[in-house]
Design a binder for this molecule. Structure first.
Ligand SMILES: C[S@@+](CC[C@H](N)C(=O)[O-])C[C@H]1O[C@@H](n2cnc3c(N)ncnc32)[C@H](O)[C@@H]1O
Ligand code: SF4
Length: 390
């Protein structure tokens, strides 16, 4: 079988920017993101020092590309702890270094427990055009068990304000919560639908290693109940005219998240801030790199002009697997052309894996489009494993 080499990449992928804000008021017991509780530190001082470090990293030689920026995502942690002035400085630094695409999507993640109305208005005024709100549930009993710092009412008020200010609003929710009943889930979904946000992300709560819940597991719905919960989320959101376009993502027409779509289509991104990851394609190879994870260490290293802690070239055997790990999350799959453009490999390189997945009923091909079947969507990990090479 003829195999084209990764150096065959001729069209460079779209480029996005991810900026990480690594602090939260309280660490949630299920969360394994790089987020750290403020413990007696001065939030304002930290914000200023960290913003300076971000701006320095953006100006450094480690952060470079000639491509226009398609999207910027301020994620966390809890970015809504930082003022609009800080984000304005960061966006200015990005504008000085890069050209921003005409319809550049700029998202900020916010926690309903940290709503400062002036900040929300300010974010909108400085050009942030999308907000992603971490609501998790509209039920006070579950919010308490998840140790969220907000009530159902605060979640509702934050979502209403966000929808008033931003065209595009995502609401993060989780299902299969400790002791959750199907009736409670049904109520949560209906609350979410009634808000009419443009986007919903509905995650299955998972017990991640190194979290409090992992070490002290709560009573969670069993496998059959979880499957029933998942079916309810999918059917009710579809009924409400949300398009289910990725494992956990639902969008109103033309409101898919550009930034996340770029990840799932194996696009490129530059990561700014503590523990942020980058993936950059060149004519020769695809490189992954990351910065120092601990916020204090990140700031100390940046002061010494050290921006990158780890850097690896993705090996040819891993490229197709990494592409599949992302693209198979999309319910509409991907075209042969996208696979070849992004990986520099011929589609024939994964011929055997595709045949096996089709035989198992996990994948289907329609003209030149490959997509997971419903069974493939439900057993996504099994499907992805087929593409793993030694
Ligand atoms: C980085 S958090 C950002 C949101 C914001 N910090 C907040 O919580 O309000 C992104 C989302 O991932 C989801 N998430 C975090 N940990 C999870 C877990 N263990 N299982 C499922 N979803 C999880 C939550 O819905 C969360 O809102
Ligand atoms: S607020 Fe968000 S990022 Fe922070 S600990 Fe909770 S889920 Fe994680």
């Amino acid at each position: 079988m003829q195999v084209s080499s990764p150096s065959n990449i001729q069209v460079l992928p779209p480029l996005s920017i991810y900026v990480h804000i690594p602090w939260c008021i309280h660490k949630c017991p299920y969360c394994d993101f790089n987020s750290h509780e403020f413990k007696g530190q001065n939030i304002k001082e930290n914000e200023q020092a960290y913003t300076q470090a971000l701006i320095k990293q953006i100006g450094s030689n480690d952060v470079k590309s000639n491509r226009p920026i398609q999207s910027i995502f301020f994620g966390g942690g809890t970015p809504s702890l930082f003022s609009p002035q800080s984000f304005e400085k960061i966006i200015d630094a990005l504008r000085q270094k890069f050209s921003l695409a005409e319809f550049c999507e700029i998202t900020i993640e916010a926690n309903p427990g940290t709503v400062d109305k002036k900040y929300f208005y300010g974010y909108q005024e400085i050009g942030i055009n999308r907000m992603s709100l971490g609501v998790q549930s509209f039920n006070d009993k579950h919010l308490k068990k998840l140790e969220r710092i907000h009530s159902q009412k605060e979640a509702y008020d934050a979502a209403t304000l966000a929808i008033k200010l931003f065209n595009d609003v995502n609401i993060d929710l989780m299902f299969a919560l400790p002791n959750q009943t199907i009736t409670e889930l049904n109520e949560d979904i209906e609350e979410a639908i009634n808000l009419h946000s443009s986007h919903l992300s509905y995650y299955h709560l998972t017990l991640e290693p190194n979290t409090y819940f992992y070490n002290h597991p709560p009573t969670l719905p069993d496998h059959d109940e979880s499957a029933e919960f998942s079916d309810l989320v999918m059917s009710k959101l579809r009924e409400a005219k949300f398009e289910h376009y990725e494992t956990s993502a639902y969008a109103q027409k033309n409101n898919q998240c550009k930034h996340n779509l770029n990840y799932w289509k194996f696009g490129d991104y530059l990561g700014i801030g503590a523990g942020a990851h980058s993936k950059i394609t060149s004519e020769y190879n695809i490189t992954r790199s990351s910065t120092y994870k601990n916020p204090k260490q990140y700031m100390q290293e940046v002061a010494k002009n050290c921006y990158t802690q780890e850097e690896n070239i993705i090996q040819k055997n891993d490229i197709s697997f990494e592409f599949m790990m992302n693209a198979l999350r999309l319910n509409d799959g991907f075209t042969f052309n996208l696979f070849e453009q992004r990986t520099g490999l011929s589609i024939k390189y994964i011929d055997n894996e595709i045949k096996l997945s089709i035989e198992k009923g996990l994948l289907e091909i329609n003209n030149d489009r490959i997509k997971p079947t419903l069974l493939g969507q439900n057993f996504l990990n099994d499907l992805i494993q087929i593409f793993l090479r030694n």
